[in-house]
Structure formats: C-alpha cells, structure tokens
Design a protein around this ligand. Structure first.
Ligand SMILES: Cc1ncc(COP(=O)(O)O)c(C=O)c1O
Ligand SMILES: N[C@@H](CCCC[NH3+])C(=O)O
Length: 463
C-alpha cells in the first residue's frame, strides 16, 4: 500500500515524516475524476458541486458531516455492470456496502439483483419492493429465524456456508413444504492481495467450506441428498478491494474444477457459479481500478475455457459487486473545526465527524484523499492528517494528504469515494449522531437516510 515519499518538504517540516503519500498534485484545486463521482465539478465561484448543487448550499441545508450520493452515477454504474455481463449472467449488488430503500428501488429499476447478509438487510430489501427471487441470502451464521424468513418469502438463493447450515436450511425448507434453491460457498485457497481482514478465500478464516481436503465435495454430496435443497451451484468470494485479476482467475478455475468433480461423481452438472464481489476502486489518484467490461471479459473467458477443457456446458455466472458500484458515488462533507500545526511533523486538521462515519482508516489502514471544496486556493500544498472529534488518537479519516496551506476553521473539506462501507459501518461512538445520506440528482437533493438525533439515542437507552 505504501507509496513513494514526497521529495519536497511539507510546509511545516524540515524533515519529511513517515507516511503513505506521493508528491502533492500539481493543482490542488482539480477534483480528479478518478476519485470523485461523475457529476462533481467546480462552479464559477470555485465551489465544488454535485448533481449541479454547490456543497455550500448542501451544507447549509443538510448540515455536516453528511454523505452525498450522486444518484445518476450510481445508476450508470449499475447499468455498466449489467451491460458488461449481459443477459446470460446475473449481477447481485452487495447490500452490505450500503443499503437503503432508495438504493433498493434504483437497483430494481436498473435490473440488478441484491445480495443480503442479515435479516435487517432482507427486511430493507423486501420493504422497498425487491422481488424475493432476485435476492441472495449470505452469512456464516444465519439464525434459524433468518433462514425461516428467507425460505418463507422465497429468496432466489441461500448461500450455504457450513455443514451445519446445509442440514439447518434443508430441515427448515422441508418443514415449510418447500425446496430451497441453494449454492455452497467454497474457499478456494487463494491469497487475495488485500488487507488481511478483508481477504476471504484463504483457508484459515471463518467463511465457506474448503475445496482442500475434499471438504467442499463432501458438502455437495450431503446437499444433493437432502430433499429440502435444490443445489444450483457453487459460490466463491475471494475478498475485497482487489485490483489483480489473477486471484479471480484462479478462483474461477478451481470452482469449475469442482463442477467437473461433481459431474464425474454424481452425473449432475450444476448450472450456476457465483464469483463474488471484491473489485477495487480508486480511493486516491494512484489507484487504477478495472472497468466492469474488463472484469466480465476476463471471467467469461476463463470460465468458458475451463468448462470447454472439462467438457462441461458453461454455467450461468453471477457476481456480487458492492464497493465497485456504490463506493465511488459518494463523498463525505465535513466542516473544519480546528487546525494544529505540529512543527517538524504535520498539520492536524480536525473535522466535525471522524471514525464514527468512516472506520476504514482505523480498521484497515485504508487510504483516502481529501479536497478543499468550499473554495479554491492558490496557497502552497501542506501535508495534513485529517482527524475526527472522537476521544481516540486513532480517530483518523485521512492519514496523509495535501490541502492548501491556508485551510482554515469554517472551510468545507470533502473525502471522496466514501459510498461503500462508511455509512454501513458507522457507529455511535462517543454518542455521535450518524450522518445522513443525501441523494443528489439533476439539481435536486433529498435525504434518503436521515441524520440521527439525540432523541434517537435516548429512545434506545431505556433507562
Ligand atoms: C459474499 C460477498 N459478496 C460480495 C461482497 C462485496 O464485496 P465488494 O464490496 O468488495 O465488492 C462481499 C464483501 O466482501 C462478500 O462477503
Ligand atoms: N467492510 C470492508 C470489506 C468487507 C466486505 C464484506 N465482506 C471494507 O470496508 O473494505
């Protein structure tokens, strides 16, 4: 993850401090389209706008901190994924990245399916009208109640994650007089090049059933025997924020290998494979993510080739992008509160949010970028660390970045690419009020998830 050190000294340091940063951009006022959503630009005053609305007006109306989601960008990304994979494949948006009822309606309208991994996500999906047959239900420890609800409403598939769950889902389905469509999630033994906490296909972790040692083949054997289950395929998800296609290719090859084993042993060709999500996005200008059509091409080619070699009909492929759809579509808008230059180190810029609205920096050492958005500035670049207002020194939003040296209390700054795993992983640490999500499109802004209030907090605290 580490980048080369910036050759010129930052403003407040003679000695360059340790950090992950490259040289400041030639012009700090430029909002790099790589990391900002598609409609973001600056107006004639130099104020950043999204969907045609200035961030000053947005801050005035909705307050800060707040997430602003570029709806037309979200829809365009859904369409790009659907078109790249075509009619013979299915795209399931991973709701864990960010889910709300508006998002469910957009997905439905754009023809995407939905992956949920809890009863709460399932309820949200159903309450916004997502047809149950377009929902996949995941999780390594689904409760009996969650399984019962999923089977009762008729979800399109449940992804089985353990030997116990094979039996549990079969029993529940049978008791309801149903036959549930299921996939088995396997761990293919790939070391995905990403943070340890978000890699999921190596064997030593909680998800899935290992291909190694014949575990997955045994799971198939058991599932095929149970009347309550209709085994439709094999699932593999290798991790998240991955740029290198090699891991997906190995995964696809190994999953097809299992399909061939199943055919040889049982005379059954399972009709589907799901290759999960995990495609990386640009958090900084140094990141170079793949486009959906490149991913679709690579996966189709490898699956086609492997199936042909094994004499299998090509199964229907599905994928589950979360971050790659919603991540780039939103930014978090903050107001600067205090500024602390630490001589010889860096300048701490404190904002009105923090680790409660973006835990990813603290949790994964994630990298983000930041820009001054309420105005432009010709001041020289200054190395900053953007921190929140929590009672925790690890409360860092952007570890190392450059802002103009005249950044001041009252300025609005924004962190792009916070659409995924920020609001969905937000907390009430220090009794912070989780920020709203505001959808912006064609000159209109509307709250799709409202800001929490102190009354909300007190209502939960029943004394
Ligand atoms: C099973 C499964 N599918 C899809 C995803 C979505 O991943 P991403 O948001 O990285 O595309 C995840 C999360 O990593 C997952 O666990
Ligand atoms: N929450 C993680 C990714 C895990 C995805 C869910 N399996 C992130 O922010 O990167």
């Amino acid at each position: 993850m580490s980048r080369s050190a910036h050759p010129a000294g930052p403003r407040h340091a003679d000695v360059l401090p340790e950090g992950h940063y490259s040289a400041p951009p030639a012009d700090l006022n430029v909002l790099d389209p790589k990391v900002w959503s598609r409609t973001v630009t600056r107006d004639e005053r130099g104020v950043a706008t999204v969907g045609g609305i200035g961030v000053d007006a947005l801050a005035e109306e909705f307050g800060t901190p707040a997430y602003f989601l570029d709806e037309s960008d979200f829809r365009a990304r859904c369409r790009a994924w659907a078109e790249a994979f075509g009619k013979d494949a299915d795209v399931f948006y991973a709701g864990k990245a960010f889910l709300s009822r508006a998002v469910v309606r957009w997905l439905k309208e754009e023809g995407l399916n939905l992956d949920v991994c809890s009863g709460g996500e399932l309820t949200t999906a159903l309450s916004a009208g997502m047809p149950a047959e377009r929902i996949a239900f995941h999780g390594n420890n689904k409760s009996e109640e969650e399984i019962r609800t999923a089977v009762e409403v008729g979800v399109g598939r449940i992804v089985l994650d353990s030997f116990q769950e094979i039996v549990r889902v079969a029993h529940i389905a049978q008791s309801l007089g149903k036959r549930q469509r299921v996939q088995i999630r396997v761990t293919v033994g790939v070391e995905a090049h990403t943070h340890e906490f978000i890699a999921t296909a190596h064997e030593d972790q909680k998800f899935g059933i290992a291909l190694a040692g014949g575990q997955a083949a045994e799971a198939v054997r058991r599932a095929l025997k149970l009347d309550g289950l209709e085994l439709i395929g094999i699932h593999s998800h290798i991790g998240s924020q991955i740029f290198d296609m090699a891991g997906f290719e190995v995964s696809a090859r190994r999953v097809v290998g299992l399909l061939a084993e199943v055919r040889d042993e049982h005379g059954v060709e399972l009709p589907e494979i799901d290759l999960g999500g995990g495609l990386g996005i640009a958090y900084t200008s140094d990141d170079d993510p793949r486009e959906p059509h490149e991913i679709a091409k690579a996966l189709n080619e490898i699956v086609g080739r492997e199936c042909e070699a094994a004499g299998l009909a090509t199964p229907r492929i599905s994928v589950e992008p979360g971050r790659a759809i919603v991540g780039p579509t939103a930014f978090t808008l903050y107001r600067v509160g205090t500024i602390k230059p630490l001589e010889g180190l860096r300048t701490y810029v404190s904002v009105d949010g923090g680790m409660s609205d973006n835990i990813r920096t603290a949790l994964y050492d994630a990298e983000y970028s930041v820009s001054l958005v309420s105005r432009t500035s010709e001041a020289e670049p200054m190395l900053v660390r953007v921190v929140g207002k929590h009672c925790e020194s690890g409360d860092i939003v952007v570890r190392d970045a450059f802002l103009p040296a005249d950044v001041a209390p009252g300025d609005l700054i924004a962190v792009p690419a916070t659409g995924a795993y920020c609001r969905s992983m937000a907390s009430n640490y220090n009794h912070a009020l989780r920020p709203p999500v505001v959808a912006v499109r064609d000159g209109e802004a509307r709250v799709i998830v409202r800001r929490e209030t102190e009354e909300d907090l007190l209502r939960l605290d029943v004394g």
